[in-house]
Design a binder for this molecule. Sequence first.
Ligand SMILES: [Zn+2]
Length: 54
Amino acid sequence: MSEHHDACVLCQAETDTESETPTYKRSNYIDTAGQLCPECYQEIAKNKEWHNLM
Ligand SMILES: [Zn+2]
């Protein structure tokens, strides 16, 4: 019942990653940033400058 999904750290959109998911199992996750939605992850993968987007 307590399925909480993490929000994207950039746009706050809800992702499909559950909060209990270990980081190594996550997709669209960046160690120094946190959980991202697919759209923001795409942006960051392109730019490699995620901190400029915060
Ligand atoms: Zn996002």
